[in-house]
Write a protein that binds this ligand. Sequence first.
Ligand SMILES: *Cc1c(COP(=O)(O)O)cnc(C)c1O
Length: 387
Amino acid sequence: MTPTGRHFLQIPGPTNTPDRVLRAMAAPTIDHRGPEFAELALGVMEGLQPVFGTSQPIVIYPASGTGAWEAALVNTLSPGDRVLCFETGHFATLWQEMARRLGLEVDFVPGDWRHGVDPQQLTEKLAADTGHEIKAVQVVHNETSTGVTSRIPEIREAIDRAGHPALLLVDTISSLASIEYRHDAWGVDVTVAGSQKGLMLPPGLSFNAISPKALRASQTARLRRSFWDWQPIIEAGRRGFFPYTPATNLLYGLREALRMLDEEGLPQVYARHRRHAEATRLAVRGWGLEVLCADEREHSASLTGVLVPAGHDADKVRAVVLDRYNMSLGTGLGKLAGRVFRIGHLGDFNDLMLAGTLAGVQMGLVAAGVPIDPTGVNAALERLQRS
Ligand SMILES: *Cc1c(COP(=O)(O)O)cnc(C)c1O
């Protein structure tokens, strides 16, 4: 079918870029060594701090989130260092693979892709490491492949309970600005984030928020680094500059996105995401299908993973939804290919966009021949009628 109207980009990132952000980026690129640029850069660096929940410097890279993953590792660790990782899903798997390729020794705790990091298991692993060989714990806050959110405050407590000095590195690429997050208060050492999910920007920017402890570790860390090195970036950043050409127009967009988050208020942003996630789960269960996340405490507020019944292909549902309703849903990643589709409900989003999204999923499931209750969406609409 020839698509008409507006495309529904309901993958869990990149998300729908608001018109305000698109317009803000459609401006002439300026001299990145001039005073107007410095004002822009200092403004966005300051505006990002409440979003990360930090008063420390934030490094901005002209790179996708994967680059900021690498930056977190090469700035804090040395060849042969041990890092503890948990198999919560596809992104946790990719990040630990990167750690291995960079020359780190990875302890990868197996998981079932339906749960987050188990704080008790973390305490046990660290308590057993009496020689403090583990130098860092790597956690994906919101596993975008599964729709499971790990409980970072409990993870911090688990590390403290073991009395272990390992650094805590957290990937918030699909949670920042959608799900409550506090870099300083939760004692995170490096927070990794990206532009194209909760921050409502196109892909192309990524971030590291850095604790004083991580900054100290960077002075002795010996993994090879050049482009990712925090030091020259922080140094130039104090005056509002970058050691290389920054992604100026994305920074225009970031300034506008930060204004939007500030106008709505972060607590309201988080509550909106939780409410949309709750309505989505009501629809999924109304259809008689299963939500992938298996722990009530860990449901993601930014996306929902949906299991299709055995004998049906989740990618066929996605193909039907794209063809008939001009909507993109997230595919099943890694081990979940064909078994799961993912509904993104993060970023610039409202009740009717969610209602349209869920109606499209329902019609797509019926059209693809998946046996469901074709009134399931009503439970979500009832939820949306309440505040
Ligand atoms: C999207 C995503 C990534 C990968 O980020 P890129 O921008 O594609 O490099 C990593 N981790 C999580 C949790 C993500 O959602």
